[in-house]
Design a binder for this molecule. Structure first.
Ligand code: PBG
Length: 328
């Protein structure tokens, strides 16, 4: 490649048409997944203080929002339930109740908006009194194999309620394979699995735990015996490979922006459908700065989402998905 002055990198940046022509990555509505919080009741849109613009929606409102997502060209939504304290137990058994809030929400949305992908979270934290993603053993560590049994039942009831994509976010070993077998045994071999394959024990989940009400339950506890150490990168590749071997159709890296290196490694080394979750803390951080007038929200949110495309992601779960899609 010739150097300056034959080469002038600014030449192709001179005009908007030329910048468009050489643009390597584009973001469109098809790249976006909208996570939504579901709460019991009717006609409710409860704002979430730490996530400006986001609300907990009752099922009737959720159906309206789901229709809007479909109309905006967003391919799929990911649902998270808010469970009232009286329904929480140490074993999180409400997770496996076919009449629980999330199953009712899945039935309502799949009926009203059948062409929208529905992603159901599999993990026990919204349902446990201790806020952990699985059940505890006698020394209060999450018991992997006992948790698997409950998680499989949770996956089956959600799939039966109309969930198209099961997304295990619990980080138990062997859960993708166990869930795959459980779904297949119930005749649901077309239900997909989007594995939270490389999920880190991150401080960026704070506002989410507020939103679903698992923060109080977790208290001073943390999830470091199952979620990954933020120091590790090769381990993420092992996690992703294991989940693919167990039958994951798509894999996810979470959180997003602080882990773009992991997204790039997964895509480059494995070449599989790769997603990132721009989590609640990332959203809160940008919102707070924008509310203070320190950042231009419209520009930072687009720039942040584009960074996922550049890092090799096929799509992003972002709380800003609908807002961004409205502007496309
Ligand atoms: C729980 C779950 C979490 C998120 C998605 N599923 C939180 C956690 O692991 O404690 C976080 C999402 C976000 O912060 O936006 N299984």
């Amino acid at each position: 490649m010739p150097a300056f002055p034959q080469t002038r990198m600014r030449r192709s940046r001179r005009h908007p048409w030329s910048r468009r022509l050489v643009q390597e990555n584009r973001l469109g509505p098809s790249d976006l997944i909208q996570p939504l919080f579901v709460v019991g009741g009717q006609g409710l849109r409860e704002p979430i203080a730490s996530m400006p613009g986001q609300s907990r929606l009752s099922i009737d409102q959720l159906v309206d929002v789901a229709m809007e997502c479909r109309d905006l060209g967003i391919p799929a939504i990911a649902l998270f339930p808010v469970t009232p304290a009286e329904l929480k137990t140490p074993d999180g058994r409400q997770a496996t109740n076919p009449e629980n809030l999330i199953c009712r929400a899945l039935r309502a949305v799949s009926k009203a908006v059948p062409d929208l992908g529905l992603i159901g979270d599999v993990a026990l934290d919204p349902f446990t009194t201790h806020g952990q993603d699985g059940v505890l053993d006698d020394v209060d560590v999450v018991d992997n194999d006992r948790s698997l049994e409950i998680l499989c039942r949770q996956a089956v009831v959600q799939a039966q309620a109309g969930c198209n994509v099961i997304a295990p976010s619990d980080m138990m070993d062997g859960r993708v394979g166990a869930i795959r077998r459980a779904l297949d045994a119930e005749g649901m071999n077309q239900v997909q699995i989007l594995s939270y394959a490389a999920k880190y024990a991150s401080a960026f989940y704070g506002p989410f735990r507020d939103a679903v009400g698992s923060k109080g339950s977790l208290g001073k506890g943390d999830k470091r015996t199952y979620q990954m150490d933020p120091a590790n990168s090769d381990e993420a590749i092992r996690e992703v490979v294991l989940d693919l071997d167990e039958g994951a159709d798509m894999v996810m890296v979470k959180p997003g922006m602080p882990y773009l290196d992991i997204c790039r490694r997964v895509k480059s080394e494995l070449g599989v459908p790769t997603f990132a979750y721009q989590v609640s803390g990332e959203y809160a951080m940008m919102s707070a700065a924008a509310q203070n007038g320190w950042l231009d929200w419209d520009r930072v949110i687009l720039e942040s989402l584009l960074s996922f495309k550049r890092a090799g992601c096929d799509g992003v779960l972002s709380y800003a998905s609908m807002e961004v899609a409205r502007g496309m």
